[in-house]
Design a protein around this ligand. Structure first.
Ligand code: ASP
Ligand code: MG
Length: 405
């Protein structure tokens, strides 16, 4: 008899019919003898709708009130699912994040979990009930409601799996698992049976939108095994887990990200302190910088290019314009027609020549590389946005990712 934590995302509980389907799925596992804790997201896009509602009544809604509002989305889903299951003949009980013992700090809208006290939840489980938990939320030690940031239901599920010492944390979603690349771009992309947490983190930060990074980080640190699988079928999905021999595969997958833009600050003075000034100013305005490239200098001046989220481009340009004189720059250029394509695999640690293979594949596909960044297990290339799909396909083919390992 296993203890299973399952999470269902918004698209899996978007309608009453879908909620009843989830209820049947949960019951089936319960009948097989598993003890079930089920974490739900808000129905469909309801979190976005709640946000829009707030914007209609207030120009700057207080973060505390936003949490009170947004936590309600998951509570609608939790109570409906509990009702549906109870109707099918097995007792289920819904619980808020606070009632489940998810204690957080006081940072409204992006609270961090500080403690887990699942005693009440366990009591319900031990009574033989199926427990449904509202995802994405917690409570402070002085009983203020908080939320864990967008996509936070994943984190709720992993945290509970850890606290309850569950056998597995299953993320049920609208895809079958983690793929070697986006199947909409690469038709012969393959579903992975296994991926390491480090690889999953790199893919997620490189544009793969399947799982919230914080939940993978939590799982990695706490040793929780995550299974990503479909809400709509019984295929086994992808296990996120460290296993021996994983380095034998050189490249696990390819991610792409079309949400970044590039800024080039031309002809900045090449002297100590300039980068600190420029990136210090960006940091002060809470602008996250991803890749950075500095050319070799000629006659005491150099070009600095970097990427930011496209949403931050306007603000970042403003910061650069304001600091232009101070860093002695000639001009500031922006390019939002870029994409970042990344190859990820723990096998890169022990296999040389990965970068060479990647660059050769791009060059044979006549794709120009504008920027390169590397980590121990990732190589990321910035290319023109129109080349993105071709770049993903070329790299997928070059590393033979369609072949079963
Ligand atoms: N409902 C929240 C969101 O849309 C949390 C979640 O779905 O995990 O971000
Ligand atoms: Mg959602």
């Amino acid at each position: 008899m296993a203890l299973v934590v399952q999470k269902y995302g918004g698209s899996s509980v978007a309608t009453p019919e879908l909620i009843c389907r989830v209820a049947e799925r949960v019951l089936e596992r319960h009948r097989q003898g598993d003890r079930m804790v089920v974490v739900v997201s808000a129905m469909g896009d309801s979190t976005d709708h709640l946000k829009l509602l707030a914007e209609k009544v207030s120009r700057a809604p207080a973060k505390r009130e936003m949490d009170m509002l947004m936590a309600s989305g998951e509570r609608i889903a939790m109570s409906l699912l509990a009702m549906a299951i109870t109707d099918m003949g097995v007792e289920a009980v819904s619980m808020t994040g606070g009632q489940s013992g998810i204690i957080t700090d006081r940072v409204h809208q992006s609270a961090r979990i500080t403690e887990l006290k699942p005693a009440r939840l366990l009591k319900e489980l031990n009574r033989g009930r199926i427990v449904i938990v509202a995802g994405f939320q917690g409570i402070t030690d002085d009983e203020e409601e908080t939320t864990l940031g967008r996509g936070g239901s994943n984190l709720t599920a992993v945290a509970l799996a850890y606290a309850l010492n569950a056998d597995v944390c299953e993320m049920n979603t609208d895809v079958d698992g983690i793929y070697t690349a986006d199947p909409r771009i690469v038709p012969n992309a393959r579903k992975l049976d296994l991926i390491s947490p480090d690889e999953m983190l790199e893919l997620a930060s490189s544009g793969a939108r399947v799982l919230q990074s914080r939940s993978v980080e939590f799982a990695k640190k706490s040793g929780v095994t995550i299974a990503v699988r479909s809400s709509f079928n019984d295929h086994p999905g992808t296990l996120i887990k460290e296993m021996e021999g994983m380095e034998e595969v050189v490249v696990r997958g390819i991610a792409h990200d079309e949400s970044e833009a590039k800024i080039t600050v031309r002809q900045v003075s090449d002297r100590p302190g300039i980068a600190a000034l420029l990136f210090g100013a960006l940091a002060e305005h809470h602008i996250n910088v991803d890749m950075i490239l500095q050319n070799t200098s000629e006659q005491g001046a150099t070009d600095v290019s970097f990427t930011v989220k496209e949403d931050d481009l306007g603000k970042a340009l403003e910061v650069c314009q304001n600091i232009k004189q101070e860093v002695g720059a000639a001009e500031v250029l922006a390019d939002s027609d870029i994409a970042k394509v990344s190859i990820v695999g723990v096998g890169m640690r022990s296999h040389p020549g990965v970068a060479a293979t990647a660059f050769r594949a791009l060059s044979e596909a006549k794709i120009n590389i504008e920027m390169i960044s590397t980590s121990e297990i990732k190589i990321g290339c910035v290319v023109a946005r129109r080349d993105c799909d071709n770049a993903v396909r070329a790299l997928h083919a070059a590393f033979e990712l369609d072949r079963v390992d």
